[in-house]
Ligand binder design. Sequence first.
Ligand SMILES: Nc1ncnc2c1ncn2[C@@H]1O[C@H](COP(=O)(O)OP(=O)(O)O)[C@@H](O)[C@H]1O
Ligand SMILES: [Mg+2]
Length: 368
Amino acid sequence: MSSPVPRETAIAVADVDHHYGAGEARKQALFGNRLDVRAGEIVIMTGPSGSGKTTLLTLIGTLRSVQAGSIRLFGTELAGLSPAEQVRMRRQIGFIFQAHNLLEALTARQNVKLALELSDTPPAEHDRRADAMLEAVGLGHRLHYKPRHLSVGQRQRVAIARALVNRPRIVLADEPTAALDQESGANVVALLRRLADDQGAAVMIVTHDNRILGVADRIVNMVDGRVVSDIRIRETMLICAILKQCDVFKEMSPSDLTDVAQKMAEERFPAGAAIIRQGESGEKFYVIAAGRAEVRRTAEGSAPAVAILGAGGFFGEVALLRDQPRNATVVALEPVVAYTLAKADFLGALRTHKSFEDQISAQLFHRG
Ligand SMILES: Nc1ncnc2c1ncn2[C@@H]1O[C@H](COP(=O)(O)OP(=O)(O)O)[C@@H](O)[C@H]1O
Ligand SMILES: [Mg+2]
């Protein structure tokens, strides 16, 4: 599936295992994980408690050493870094963890400035930068308050301001909005989106907060120490919306539809291209996302029957279901964007969804 501006890989996790404890107590928390996050992407991590989300996040953040496998941040391998190199790496990362460790003796502004003092920012700019970041999280009126005079949500926002004030290229957040009210949660989410869009930051957020879904690019689900799914959110929503309009898919539950959508790949065809040809064997099912295509069916001794398909139209299922050659040729009349589902996945969806099968049968009758 394509993205308009391919950006460099910010986080590359490959074959990462992790164990806690030793001897009898040794326990594996991560199993062969693989995950890539590009600059400018916001990735949500979900999964049950104990599934390894925090372990993976802390490995990426160089808060733990990589035991097995490889993690690269903008090309730099973390496995085998010395403690001093780990510290240097960590300074380039914005952490938003639940235990936010604000210094009680310092004001909100001073806490945020502490992060700037570890950076190359000229000291003359520290107050202005700290204040601007506190304003961005809605705390412009609390610059001189110490943590004990702030609410839990306000303290969390100071911690977020401190994590982001150096405009890190990688942001790692563990339930960052859990303690926040509606408005401040939305502010923080918008701030993370801007950081990703404007600075090309890669953002990973462990959360179950639906507000974040709207601004995120992908959602990664972990179960029992493994990444079990990795979904492109907007693309999947688009495909589900199209599938929902197809007779054959419209009765499917959202979760089954999402499963199907996840398995579909985008393909583009220029005007005039034959997408499938009558007589060829069928390997895929097609759904049109944009553009128009013409279906031509030639039968012995009669004029070709022609139908036009537009966005939301679908074709290719008959050959897959009957295991017969294509019964029609489909030609792009203009540039066509289609999502395709491989035969095995199409038949798999059919098997797991009884009423789906019934509907396809009904559909076949209609199509003759
Ligand atoms: N410091 C630790 N020592 C031993 N086991 C740990 C430690 N941290 C986490 N674990 C174990 O590793 C597994 C994954 O935990 P964690 O990464 O915290 O999951 P999550 O963040 O998804 O709740 C769990 O079985 C947990 O009990
Ligand atoms: Mg956790």
